[in-house]
Structures are given as C-alpha cells and as structure tokens.
Design a protein around this ligand. Structure first.
Ligand SMILES: [Zn+2]
Length: 896
C-alpha cells in the first residue's frame, strides 16, 4: 500500500479518497454545543460501529475539526484512549491504539471536538439578519450536502453509510434549536444552559442531517406573514406525494426553514428542508407570478426528495442524477396536478433546451460519471444531473406511458426503502412491474403490465417486440455523454432517418469523433396529413420509415418529449417554414419553440444557413405563446449581446431595430397590469423589459411615469407586480432614482421586492454604481454575499458592466472560491456567465491565461473553465462565418 504522510508526519494507514467499506456506522449519539457569541461550537459523538474485518485503524471523515480526545468505549474492557492521525488532503482521520486491532464485531468510539462556525455556506455555518430596529442577530445552520457533515462532526460521510442519529443540542435559553426530528425534551444544565434532546432519526445518510440554532422558529419574526403560501403548498405537496408514491411520509413532522444566508436554492434535509428566503417567502402584495411559480417548484422539489433521495438514496455521487433529475422532473408532474393554474408544462421545455446546450459541448459528461474528491462531487450538481436527468425521465415516461412509469417508481421506492441504489435498480423496477412487486401486487397488477403481457401494453406501440428492455435503452442515454441529432429526408412515402452525435465546434473537414455513438431513440412524429402522434424506436445508425401517403412536411420529436434534435434535409426546413408562415397554429406551441431551437443550433454546425434560419424566425411576428416567444428571444438576443462586447455598433443597432419590429405587434398588446393567465403575465414582464431596455418610446414613457408616481408616494403606491421590475429598471437609470431604490432595498422585508430591486440596480447604465454594487455584494453587509453570483451575472450582461464583471471575477477569485467552494454551481455560474458572450481571440487568450495561471486546487481544472473556453471559441467561429450573411440579410429585411 502506498504510504501517505499524515499531518503529524506518521504514515497515514489509508491512501484512498473513499473510506474502507469493511467498517459500518450503525448509530450516532451526537451532542453539539453552539456558542453564538464566540461563533464556535463544541461537540461529542459516540459512534456505534460494525467491524466486518479485523483492522488496525478506523478511518473516518473529519474536516477542520480540532479533535481533543478519542476513546474506544467498552462494556467488557476499560475505556481505551485512541491515537488520532489526520490526513487533511482527504478530510480523513485514523483512530488506532498501539496495543490492539479492532476485531470483527460491534464497537463504540467516542470523539470530542471543537471548531469555529464556518464563514462559508456549508458545514455548520454562521448566518445573520437585521431586525426592524437595526440590531444584528446571529444564527447557525447546517448545509451538509454533499461532503460537509464531516466539517460539523467526525463521521462516515458517504451516502451509502446510512445510520440512525440521536441528536442533542446545548444552547442558551434565548435561542431555540430545530432538527430533522421532533424535540423529545429540554433539560436545564447546572450552568443555566439548556439541552434539547431530539427523537432518533430513521436510518439515513449523513448529508441529510440538519440542525439550526437561532432565535426564531423557522422564519425570522418580521417575515412570518409571508410564510402562509409556502405552508399551504407544502401540505398539498406532501398529500400529493403520499398518494403518488403510495408510501406515507416516513417522519412525524416536516419543518420548512428560511435561512437568511444560503448558497443554493434549497436543501432537502429529511424532516427539515431549508431554503433561501426568496425560495420560500411569498408576499401577495409584492411577489410576482414568476416568484410564485418558483416558490411552488422549489417546495415540490425538496418534498419529492423526501422519498426520492432521502428514503431511497443513490449509492454514490456518480448517480446524483437519480436524486436530482427525479426531483426536478417531479416539480412538473406534481404542479401540473396540484397547481394547474400555474401552467407549469409551458416551462418544461426550457429545462431541456438548457440541458441540450451544455450537453452539446465536448466538455460535457455522461449523466452517470465517476467522481471521487469533494470538488468533483460538487461539480455533479449541474445542468446535466438536474435538467438532462429530468428530460430523460420525461422521455422515458412518454415511452412507457405515465401509468406504467408511476407503477415502476412505486415499485422502486418500496423495494429500496432506507437503502441505496444505482441506476440499474431503477431500470429493473421499471421493466417488470407485476412479478417484482411485493406488498401491493393487486394494485400494481391492475393495469396488466406484467412482462408476459407487455406486448399488449401501450409501450408496444413503438415496435413489434414483446419485451421492453428499459435498461438497454436507458444505458445509451446515461452512460454516453451528449445526445443524437436525427437527420430526416423525405422522398415520396419513404422517410430516411440517420443518427449522429450533435457536437458543437466539431470541424466537419476532419474525421468525426462522434461516429462511435449510438442511442436507442424513442422517435415520435406528426405529418401534414396526420396530427396523431406516431412512434418508432430507432436502434440503429440509420433506418427507413414508410408513410401511408406522400406529405408536405414531417415534424419529429413531438412537443420535444425526446432528448434529441432534428435536422430536416432536402427542402424539409423550407416546407416547415412555409407552414409556419401560412398557419403556425397547426403546430403546438412546444413544437414551434422546438423548431426555432433546433434550426438555430444547426447553424452552429453548418447544417443550415443563417439566412434560412432567420427566414423561419420571421413567423414570430404572429406569435403570442410564451415558449416560442421566449425561445425566439433566447436565440436572437445573444447575437447582439456578442456584438455589444465588440466594436460593431452599426450591425448591433440594425439587429436591435429588427428585433423590436419583429415583436412589436405583441408588445403593443401588453397592458401595464397584473391581468391574465400566469403565462401571459410572465410574458408581459419579459416583453416590456425588452422594450424599455431597447428604449422603445411608449414603454419608456409609461415606465418613467409609473416610477415617478411610485417615488412620490415614497414607495407606498402599489405597482402591478409583474411590471415592477420594468419600472424599477427604468428608475435605476438615473443617480437619484438609483439611490432611492437602494434605500428601499435596505428597508424592504420582502425577498421578492429585494430581488427585483437588486436586479434593476445591476441593469443600470451608471458604471460607478455597478462597481459599488459588486463591492458591497462581496462585503456582504448591505447586499448579502449569497446574492453576489446573481449581481455579477446581471452586471456582466450589462453593456456598461461586462468589463467590470470580468475584472471583478479575476481580482476576487481567491475570495470567491473560499466563500462559495471550488466545484460549486455558484462558481460555475459565475465563470461561464461572465465569459460566455465574448467572441474575440484577445478575450479567449485573456480568459485562457488567467485560468491557466491558477493551480488545480485554485480551479484551473474546473469543468466550468473548459465550458467557458469552449463557448468563446464557438462564438469566434460563429461570428467569423456568419457576420457577412447577417449584414446582407438585415439590409434586405430592414428596407422592406
Ligand atoms: Zn434537489
């Protein structure tokens, strides 16, 4: 065995990042004593372990804890002091005694430790809030996922080491403590401190343990009025999931806590989910429709995890998508039923578009990827695990039918409750419904989905075989990175299909490195003659379909239920463009959005020319549905954003004029109110913001007038919530308005209002204000550091701010990494977001040389850095190829 030197220069007896699997924790008795004045904590833990093979040393996790004492407790031998050796690079400690080995059987070890509360957003960390009277109050909260339980107490910190936890928290009487389980009793100590004893948890992973010591219950007192919506939603969701999963919620209570400082959106700790305030608090007066949708989705997500993730957990972080893809997917399944008025299905597509975008780069990874160290593990919390995961499950549900899919999920959860799984376990549960079910066979066999009768099930409509090989199909999607591009050519009644990997930036003159990829693709299509969805499972590189009659056009991937893109060859795109121009409503709004999406992506791999693509997008002047409109924006706006970052004002302005004209019919119809359906309201915010930023005169005058009135009323006049952001953004253009908004920001207790104001402030053209904003956000007093990534991103999108943003990222890199953690999604959002609209060789060189000058532990090897560089390279190629075409096209279209 290779010998690593431990911090005390003794050889460390274990050289792997993963712990040995021959020692298992069974139970933790954990005492934590928090001191919110000195910002420290002390603790003691007794771990009941089972040793499966004699070993000289126990290896477990500990990160930046001062361990003062370690002992082996024994009923038939005296307590034995243990030596402690630490190997900080792997967050591990070894416990051993010179005199004896740990023999096979059960043991109890006790460790005493102390540490400072963390200044970051993970482990056991410090947070604070300011009361209405201006007093700063401190609290301490946990965020353990993925690898930070070890920073709060020594433990076996891997998801497969499930155990029971009995927690006791010692605190001052002015505070309270909450945790996963209900409190059993409170005991007063001789020194006046109180000890809260909590009920023992069910068997669970370390990353799901949580505790909070604070002076409020779950939500700070001034904001409690905004909690009603979340509470109602949580009750509805728990009911829904109990019914959908057919398993009662396994714990006696569930708290939802809003934490004033929180890095991600929320965390699914079992029985105590935690949220950032804007993810939980809904103010009916000030929150917008999109806030409502966001809050409902995040609660649906965390509560889905109580089953999918908490009850059944991935064995290791390589299969994180099992947790996250599923929870993301369930947001849509549950809201569709519990909150139909939110029209959540209108937004699912957007998830898949984002996932396809990341997955079309060579820096992507298979959804199930080998990872070992904490920063690789953190990087798994990305769009591939969440969004591609959700889109693949959506494709699978469409393939199996919703009913079979649901039964398979119930099956999976029941079979693996309180255990850990790998992807194959899910495929097996979805493959053979009847015979694999134990306790509830009657219910599950009702649909008749046994393997012997699978030929009669709806899944058989895809092919003529009698057995559905779910694993065979899904392995092609989870073990390979990327996704297929399906090329379609129609000749008479014959439809030729070919699949190849869609990879951006691939040089078509070189031999392809994509030919070895093969997927089993559940294809769906409609034609100009028949709008009934037809299905076909494509298993080979190419295949041929025969239509009953000749058609004008064929549209594949109906409603984008599959995770692939489509290219229509030999006049196929022309026929679709003609149909869109003639009568776009023949296609569903999702199909319109997916046509727009696919054709624009095909430009970047030179399958379709830019002018053909822009011609198709002209139909948008007649569009009114949110998905195609926002997709049109997402394809067209980035083109002028690239130009804003180079010196090409003439073309930039022509493109902006074209876009305003294209969307003008729809913009004109917008009112400055909160009327309409959720989608209409969200679209209004989007369109008016665009119109005002583009200085469209009627928008500017309406917004200016509303801002003046609102300011004169000292912010007391109620603005329609869906246009508030537009009004604030207009106000923030001038010094006086900006300062007024900042004062409102400081005093507001509505997270929704604060969010809108900080976005408006960062859209301002006042450069000195943007710099001030960035400085305050990293300082963390006026603007919480948790909001820094979003401030930085808005500033980087701002034509007056992008240089500041890049300079800020470089100069503060070390601080950012320390605060947010190297592989975190916050860091990755900042890296990609600040750089992905550059398109010059100078900037490519600049970004390359900055990250190249870092060492691997400072982030030089982050996947987000590769993504950023790849994006810039593609932008360069795109601009070189397409600028002349764009110029000509715009001249022709603007004169007409
Ligand atoms: Zn999640």
């Amino acid at each position: 065995m290779a010998v690593k030197m431990a911090s005390n220069l003794q050889p460390f007896p274990w050289d792997k990042v993963r712990l040995p699997n021959t020692v298992k924790p069974l139970h933790y008795d954990l005492l934590i004593h928090t001191n919110l004045t000195s910002l420290t904590f002390h603790g003691a833990v007794q771990i009941f372990i089972e040793v499966e093979e004699d070993t000289r040393a126990l290896i477990l996790h500990s990160k930046r804890l001062q361990i003062s004492r370690a002992m082996l407790l024994g009923s038939n031998h005296p307590h034995q002091e243990l030596h402690i050796s630490e190997f900080a690079a792997h967050d591990q400690i070894a416990l051993f005694s010179e005199g004896f080995p740990f023999v096979r059987g059960n043991h109890v070890v006790r460790l005493e430790f102390h540490a400072n509360l963390s200044e970051s957003f993970h482990g056991f960390y410090k947070s604070s809030y300011i009361t209405m009277s201006g007093e700063v109050r401190t609290l301490a909260s946990t965020q353990f996922e993925p690898t930070y339980a070890r920073a709060a107490f020594p433990c076996f910190d891997e998801p497969a080491f499930k155990a029971n936890f009995t927690l006791c928290i010692r605190r001052e009487s002015k505070h309270i403590a909450i945790s996963n389980m209900p409190k059993l009793r409170t005991v007063e100590q001789s020194d006046g401190l109180l000890e809260d004893h909590f009920e023992t948890t069910v068997k669970m992973s370390t990353y799901l343990l949580a505790f909070i010591v604070c002076d409020f219950h779950a939500i700070i007192p001034e904001k409690i009025g905004q909690a009603e919506y979340a509470l109602d939603t949580a009750v509805t969701m728990l009911d829904f999931y109990e019914d959908y999963f057919d398993i009662p919620y396994p714990l006696p209570k569930h708290d939802l806590a809003a934490i004033p400082d929180f890095q991600s959106g929320a965390m699914e700790n079992w029985g105590l989910s935690t949220y950032r305030e804007s993810g939980l608090l809904f103010d009916p007066e000030k929150s917008s429709t999109s806030d409502k949708l966001g809050i409902t989705k995040v609660i649906a997500h965390e509560l889905a995890h109580q089953w999918f993730g908490n009850l059944v957990t991935m064995h290791w972080w390589n299969d994180l998508w099992l947790n996250e893809g599923f929870a993301k997917f369930m947001e849509y399944v549950s809201l569709n039923i519990t909150h139909p008025e939110l029209q959540v299905n209108d937004y699912f597509l957007e998830k898949c578009f984002t996932a396809l975008s990341v997955d079309s780069l060579s820096s992507t990874h298979p959804i199930s990827t080998a990872v070992e160290n904490p920063s690789e593990i953190s990087e798994m919390f990305d769009d591939v695990s969440y969004r591609k995961g959700a889109c693949l499950l959506n494709m699978l549900r469409d393939f199996l039918t919703p009913k079979v899919f649901k039964y398979g999920i119930i099956n999976y959860l029941k079979r693996h409750s309180f255990k850990n799984t790998i992807s194959t376990d899910l495929w097996e549960s979805l493959s053979n419904i009847c015979s694999s079910d134990g306790g509830d066979s009657e219910r599950l066999s009702l649909g008749g989905f046994c393997s012997r009768s699978f030929a009669e099930t709806p899944a058989s409509k895809w092919f003529m075989e009698d057995r559905v090989d779910v694993k065979g199909i899904m392995d092609t999607w989870t073990l390979q990175e990327g996704f297929p591009l399906i090329s379609v050519e129609v000749k008479g009644r014959e439809v030729s299909l070919r699949q190849q990997r869609f990879l951006k930036g691939e040089d078509s003159s070189k031999p392809s490195n994509t030919s070895s990829f093969l997927w089993q693709v559940p294809l769906t299509y409609i034609t100009s003659h028949d709008n009934a969805v037809q299905r076909f499972l494509l298993k080979t590189q190419s295949d041929v379909l025969f239509l009953p009659q000749e058609v004008d056009w064929i549209k594949l991937n109906v409603d984008l239920r599959g995770f692939y893109m489509v290219h229509y060859e030999s006049g196929g795109w022309d026929a679709l463009t003609r149909q869109l121009t003639l009568n776009h409503s023949l296609f569903s709004s999702n199909d319109r959005a997916s046509l727009l999406h696919d054709i624009f992506q095909l430009v970047s791999i030179e399958k379709v020319s830019l002018d053909k693509t822009l011609n198709l997008s002209l139909y948008l002047s007649k569009e009114s549905e949110i998905m195609p409109v926002t997709q049109g924006f997402s394809e067209l706006v980035p083109l002028y954003k690239l130009m804003e970052k180079r010196e090409m004002p003439e073309l930039e302005n022509q493109l902006k004029v074209h876009l305003v004209r294209l969307f003008w019919p729809l913009m004109q119809r917008q009112s400055w109110s909160d009327e309409g359906s959720v989608s209409e309201r969200m679209l209004r915010n989007h369109l008016l913001l665009f119109a005002c930023i583009r200085r469209e005169p009627s928008c500017v005058s309406n917004a200016t007038l509303l801002f003046r009135k609102w300011k004169e009323s000292d912010g007391k006049m109620r603005l329609p919530t869906d246009v508030s952001l537009v009004v604030y953004t207009e106000g923030a253009r001038m010094d006086e308005g900006w300062d007024f908004l900042l004062e409102k920001y400081k005093r507001s207790i509505s997270p929704s209002e604060k969010w809108m104001i900080h976005v408006a402030l960062s859209y301002s053209p006042l450069t000195h204000k943007l710099q001030w904003l960035l400085n305050r956000a990293i300082e963390g007093e006026i603007i919480k550091t948790q909001d820094l990534p979003s401030v930085l991103l808005s500033v980087s999108r701002n034509p007056r701010g992008f240089k500041l943003a890049w300079h800020f990222l470089k100069t503060n890199w070390e601080k950012l990494v320390k605060k947010f953690d190297l592989g975190s999604s916050a860091i990755s959002r900042m890296v990609v977001g600040v750089t992905d609209q550059y398109s010059t060789r100078e900037m490519l060189h600049e970004v390359q040389s900055f990250f190249g000058s870092l060492s691997p532990d400072q982030g030089s090897e982050l996947r987000s850095v590769q993504q950023a560089l790849e994006k810039i390279e593609q932008n360069i190629v795109w601009m070189d190829r397409n600028i002349p075409l764009l110029k000509t096209w715009l001249i022709n279209h603007l004169v007409n």
